[in-house]
Design a protein around this ligand. Sequence first.
Ligand SMILES: Cc1ncc(COP(=O)(O)O)c(C=O)c1O
Length: 419
Amino acid sequence: MNQQNYLTQCDFLMNLSDHTINMTTGWNGPCWFIPGPTWLTTAVLNGLATPTMTHRSPEFKVVMAELHGRLRHSFALSPTSTEMGQQSQEGEDGYSVVVVSGSGTAAMEMVIANRFGPEDRVLVPTNGKFGERVAQICENFTSVTHLKGEWGRAFDLEEIETILSTGEFDALAICHNETSTGITQDAEALGKITQKHGVPFILDGITSVGGLPVHPESWNAEAVVVGGQKCTAGPSGISAVAISESYVQKMIENRNNHDSSQVYYLDLVQALKKAADDQTPWTPAINLCTGWVAALREQDEEGIENRWHRCEMLAKGIRNLFTEIGFELFADENQRSNTVTAILYPEPEWGEEWRRWMAVEKDTHVIGGQDHLKGRIFRVGSMGVTSKEEMIEGCKRMIEGFRHFGRTIPEIDVESFFR
Ligand SMILES: Cc1ncc(COP(=O)(O)O)c(C=O)c1O
């Protein structure tokens, strides 16, 4: 999108209601299917524009308490109060949430760096770019075994179980929803395996939390990470972690066992202490917190389970529609994500040109492939506040775009795929 288009879009979003549905003609706004940063509603933009407050003020503690309490809904943890001074960050299930001023990668680094030492052996199976990033983070702080799989193929659970059953590993860390390839790992099955072999389980839930069913407690997860700009439809540059009691205990043991800590700014022991008082150790991203609260109010208005269902309905529609018109989906069939769908370009020669044309001519935004998948796939997000109407219109425009590039696609009832 060029600068002028971008400003027009901002204008459009600020001046019209968020859900730009004309009752006679359907959706008439931009179609934004980037798998994060997602579309920010007017309420979130207004939340970001909250007047200055200091991070040690009662006003800010009110914001943090609400943020903690509502994030617990995103993580599907036991509910707490959203009121200041009520321990909103820690629930009956023993999990605590901590807000991080930094994107999802900072939160993931925080989770690994505080909990493990160089002698800890962490197994990281991967099937895409973000799993590989988990392995890279672990490489910096732990003794990692990277089980590098083919992008887009499901994990071999038997292989993982065989490795963990040796008793040689101190943790399993994964990217739960692999945004680069449109795969959701079978976290429930992996949770059972880790439980059986007494191995702590860590998840990058950056594009799953808030958009897909996530169950930290029943999955035996010690830590799960979320990024603001993804399924919760909040701002970029802010993230959060959910950590269990056993994580906290092991983190403190790890701190006591090492002469020097590997962290300072990302010290989770300090962050946890301050969170109990609805604060943060350092000056946080104050206005990202106020913006995120506004996004989470919208999440709670919709209801977290309804949001999971909407993402599922949208992703199923995309999968079925594109399969019907002869496109191939990239990810293994039984592990396809409901928050991002990876689709192979019919003609890699002009795929990226099509994508740019869609943005400029049709105001419809999808993302391309990463690394060796550049030019081979495009990815359609179905997270955040994307509505059925926006998705239907966007799919119609994408089909028009493919026809414009010479692909023969018969007339098709797009609406029927999203009922
Ligand atoms: C699954 C996953 N993990 C990690 C990241 C990196 O997150 P961030 O850019 O917020 O640091 C992303 C970003 O797209 C992601 O999709």
